[in-house]
Design a protein around this ligand. Sequence first.
Ligand code: PMP
Length: 436
Amino acid sequence: MSKHESNAAVEAAYDEHVMSIWKSLDVPVRRAEGCTLEDFDGNEYLDVFSGISVTNVGHGNEAVVDAAKDQLDEFVHGCSYVHPNEPVADLAERIADVTPGDLQKSFFCNSGTEAVEGAIKLARKYTGSKEVIALEMGFHGRTLGSLALTGNKAYKQGMAPTINDVAHTAPPYGYRCPRCDGAQCGPECADELERVIGSHTSGDLAAVVVEPVMGEAGIIVPPEGWLERVREIAHDHGALLILDEVQTGYGRTGELFATEHFDVEPDILTQAKGIANGLPLGAFTASAEIADAFESGDHLSTFGGNPVACAAALATIDELEDGVVDHAREQGAWLADELAALEEDFDVVGQTRGLGLMWGVELVEPGTTGPQNVAPKPDAELASAVSDYLREESQVVMGVGGYYKNVMRFQPPLTISRDQLATAVDELRAALETVA
Ligand code: PMP
């Protein structure tokens, strides 16, 4: 029995002993199942954010829990880089199977940020080059290496210096694209990368790192041909393309990996979040040729590839392939139309965009001019009020984020039912009607 028997008790303990709490979504959780969170006071919430897009096959998924429990009974830890074990071997083989192209070998770590940092090290070792380019507004993590790639001052204030030799290029943000002045971005907007290489690097380029759909930036989906062009430019300069699928991987976009929506195979693919449905695990995967640039002992993580997390990941992939990804695709198609209707009905809804069950609703001040003179001003205050309303009045936990903090984020467990999804949309409507 927990000694914290109420929300107030657990919140007080947090205030006293836990660092750096994110206050804007503070629903204490005592237990969770499917798409439902229960707090310490017995209230239930519909979760359409999945613990920042993690519990893709549902909270407490029985197959995943059983797989983890079975492995707990066998052994918990041996350091997977010192003691080869079956869950790591099986998962590495499975990832080689389910990832696109000739991605063959994986390194396992514990989080997304570690996956990105490891991928950068591998790209440097393989290419013999040093510099890295990422996207403005992109997010790749908060440890100092990944933080350098993260294209948002909000995460960097007070934390500099990060690593050197990182430049940023424009994101494919059609709604506010400075390059195409309000028209929908196309592949030609990726040519900005060529300009950035020319003016912000020495040409010693190891990698270009891109989220195939940008998550923290506010669910930004590139236009057709954009990612292909980025890959072409990266390769022209001898650099690898690292696709950061930490947020988009494992079914989130209605395919197992978002890269399947585009005609682009990455040189290195980073993964985390949904991979083990909530157990801490990250990975980066490359072709044998690239992976073998790491010599024995070049990279290691004591906990990386924890056998319990890997067993959970194998069960997660089984669940995803056993209908969950298909379900996400179907629900996502329905959600797309429902959200498009919000654009029609509310002039504060500037744009809705997404893939699968990864959707953003961008809230704006109608009749104003945005930062690049191409779209109405972002309304972060409204988004925050809508999020509070949803949590407090509707008992719906919906993400709020985006570069301008004005985007409502639908990223529910992929197992969400049509009724639950409809409830979330109805409640968002009610919130907009009341708060806007
Ligand atoms: N890359 C992407 C695309 C992400 O969305 C995130 C987390 N939001 C990360 C990396 C960092 O992952 P983690 O928090 O597990 O370090």
